[in-house]
Design a protein around this ligand. Structure first.
Ligand code: TXA
Ligand code: MG
Length: 308
């Protein structure tokens, strides 16, 4: 199916990807069409094995090779020069390419069997919640996908960390499933591009993304909802609020950010289906993958905050 230019959704350790042959411009175009994704938003190319990187792109900077060697297969996406074999549509015309080796045996077996690099964004419509189960893909994309491989719930539940390590100091372009702390332990200081941490950016300028259909608001802690009779949902990090919410999801009763990340999008999908008028979301502790959880919550909330 991939070799014939089809679209195959498949599980990775992070979220489900919507895959197409990365060497085939027409197949890549179908990804943008199926997701209603703007053509300026480049795709990630997935490889079966770390050794395939140099086979595809030739020699890479030492820091890039070191990160690949340390964290692949795994939830780290690296920026490299785009090889001529990869059509510009995959990288939205950039002369760089995002690439990773997923840590999910079935995904790597799929890519290996296809015998081509696989371009795959998250398998959701543009701007909406990322899929962490095959059902989410079917609900969101339906007939636009040729095949959905069902591998159950994904392990990490949040997208890969994107790092540009071509310069003197690595730059984190997107917070994700590989914790900042683990990255720093391996390579020393990194900088985080403003906007990917969510903090240094003025309200309203955040990219609206990763959003449920229901308006979402980040609240500072567990607080009762206003008693105006409207049905609201609550996304709790550790502990359910005492009462007043029509639907509640608790991400990690044990207070574990990794477990919370794995459940985040599934919980938001359920709250979105619970018939509530608003979702209140409590942030995670700002540590490890908790940073990526908070990044996604801020972006989801940005969709719904009225511009002032
Ligand atoms: O965990 C993941 O990364 C998942 C799974 C399927 O691998 N994929 C994923 O893809 O999250 P997507 O398309 O939803 O997000 C990819 C992001 C884009 O938003 C884009 O901004 C960034 O990667 N990106 C792609 N190519 C880039 C490049 N050459 N330079 C900078 N950023 C790039
Ligand atoms: Mg995405």
């Amino acid at each position: 199916m991939l070799r014939d230019g089809g679209l195959v959704a498949f599980p990775t350790e992070t979220v489900y990807g919507l895959g197409a042959n990365a060497l085939d411009a027409r197949a890549a175009a179908r990804i943008f069409e199926a997701k209603a994704r703007p053509s300026f938003d480049p795709l990630i190319t997935h490889l079966a094995d770390t050794a395939d990187l140099e086979r595809l792109v030739g020699p890479v900077p030492a820091a890039v090779a070191a990160l690949a060697g340390r964290f692949w297969p795994g939830p780290l996406t690296l920026i490299v020069d785009r090889p001529v074999e990869i059509p510009p549509i995959v990288t939205s015309g950039l002369d760089t390419m995002a690439v990773r080796v997923p840590d999910e045996p079935s995904a790597r077996a799929l890519i290996r069997a296809a015998g081509v690099p696989v371009a795959a964004p998250s398998a959701n419509r543009f701007g909406q919640l990322s899929p962490t189960r095959a059902e989410h893909v079917v609900q969101g994309l339906g007939a636009a996908v040729d095949v959905v491989l069902d591998g159950g719930a994904t392990r990490c539940g949040i997208e890969s960390t994107i790092v540009d390590a071509r310069g003197p100091q690595p730059v984190v372009l997107r917070l994700g499933a590989l914790a900042l702390e683990d990255l720093v332990a391996a390579v020393g200081p990194v900088s985080v591009r403003p906007g990917s941490s969510g903090q240094p950016v003025a309200p309203g300028t955040l990219a609206a993304h990763y959003a449920p259909r229901t308006p979402l608001r980040v609240v500072s802690g567990v607080e009762p909802p206003p008693g105006d009779g409207r049905r609201r949902g609550f996304l709790a990090f550790r502990e359910a609020p005492a009462g007043g919410y029509a639907a509640v999801e608790v991400l990690s009763p044990g207070g574990d950010v990794t477990e919370a990340a794995a459940r985040l999008f599934d919980a938001l999908h359920r709250l979105d289906a619970a018939g509530v008028t608003e979702i209140h979301a409590e942030p995670a502790p700002e540590q490890g993958v908790g940073r990526a959880i908070n990044d996604r919550l801020r972006r989801a909330a940005a969709t719904w905050s009225a511009p002032d």
